[in-house]
Write a protein that binds this ligand. Structure first.
Ligand code: SF4
Ligand code: SF4
Length: 359
């Protein structure tokens, strides 16, 4: 950063360089802020005249990737689970496998064999295998835990980067950060696209990120609408294919198959010089979990009127449960910390604007 701050050649590429130029020295919190502001587009490595084999050995994307990964460990809540970031690939697999096994054997133990492999159709069919209240309690608890752990991590990050005490109420900065996050503004390599396997930038990674992000949101919206149906309208799942939760879930599920496949492909082709090789397992594990969630969900939709509905529901719930409880300790958090960094950046920009009142 000190070399970059003298050079400033890359200042038009993304938010990291203008944020860096607002500082003369860099505390750990500053570096974590810049690291999470970086979208890993690779453009500053491709453009850098001081990258290897130059003796300065400047490699901003990889340096910030390492700092970013270390920062997620430092902010993890509770700290006892911080080590999961390093072992995430393995941990996710084990947790997912155990969850699925517990669900399947739990079903078999709680219900008779005929219920597990029988054909169930119409409203309430899913609950022949597992009562709705048990399902809601289990998944509600896992989801609330994930939210709590993520919020605690974001809070620690917000404090460490020297942001104003408490959460900001500056709506203009929040709106700017939301726009930048939802459009992935800084994943465009300064306008040319993202560098991945060679020196030919493309928008592929950005598009695959969009499929994944909006697919995830659509699936979340489907679950939320289904919950409202259940409690407000007393309408029980499964719903017909044309009903809102199914339409949202189908569109989200398809997007959440396309996006993760594209991201996995891009990851397998990515130039190793750009990435923190030690955390590749964590990245891959999260994408695989998203892919399995949507795949098992779509399979359940297609086969819900057949005898495989029971085992498929068990499998889908197991994968979703594992996804929920590992969310705070894997790649998922990059979106949260990046949003917090974008809010901080928007606040700084507004404070620097001529005539702006400082916070
Ligand atoms: S990455 Fe290289 S070219 Fe870009 S600002 Fe830093 S030193 Fe300069
Ligand atoms: S990799 Fe891309 S987003 Fe990250 S600092 Fe370089 S230009 Fe900015």
């Amino acid at each position: 950063m000190t070399v970059c701050n003298s050079c400033r050649y890359c200042e038009g590429l993304c938010a990291v360089f203008p944020a860096m130029e607002m500082r003369r020295a860099f505390s750990d919190g500053d570096l974590n802020y810049l690291a999470n502001l970086c979208h890993a587009c690779g453009a500053c490595y491709a453009d850098c005249q001081f990258s290897p084999p130059h003796e300065f050995n400047v490699n901003v994307p990889r340096t910030l990737a390492i700092a970013r990964n270390n920062s997620w460990r430092a902010y993890a809540w509770p700290q006892a689970f911080a080590g999961l970031f390093a072992r995430n690939g393995v941990a996710i697999s084990i947790i997912a496998a155990l969850s699925v096994a517990i669900f399947i054997f739990g079903f078999a133990a709680l219900t008779d064999h005929e219920v597990l492999v029988g054909v169930h159709t119409g409203p309430g069919a899913f609950y022949a295998l597992m009562p709705h209240n048990a399902m809601a309690a289990l998944f509600g608890a896992a989801f609330l835990y994930a939210i709590l752990a993520c919020v605690m991590g974001m809070r620690a990050f917000w404090r460490d980067i020297g942001a104003p005490a408490g959460m900001t109420t500056d709506t203009a900065s929040l709106w700017q950060a939301a726009k930048d996050a939802c459009t992935l503004r800084y994943l465009d390599g300064g306008g040319v696209g993202c560098f991945n396997e060679d020196d030919q930038p493309t928008d592929r990674r950005r598009i695959d990120h969009h499929f994944t992000f909006y697919g995830f949101l659509l699936c979340f919206a489907a679950t939320s609408v289904a919950t409202l149906y259940h409690y407000l309208l007393a309408r029980e799942a499964p719903y017909p294919w044309w009903d809102l939760p199914v339409v949202l879930g189908t569109l989200g599920g398809i997007a959440l198959v396309i996006g993760p496949i594209g991201l996995l492909l891009a990851k397998s082709q990515r130039d190793p010089v750009l990435v923190d090789q030690t955390r590749k397992g964590m990245d891959v594990a999260f994408i695989v979990m998203l892919f399995l969630t949507s795949l098992t969900g779509l399979a359940l939709l297609l086969l819900r009127d057949t005898a495989v509905m029971g085992p498929l529901l068990a499998l889908h719930l197991g994968v979703v449960f594992a996804l929920f409880i590992t969310l705070p300790y894997g790649k998922f958090v990059h979106g949260l910390y990046r949003f917090v960094a974008l809010v901080r950046y928007a606040l700084e920009r507004r404070a620097m604007a001529p005539g702006a009142a400082t916070e």
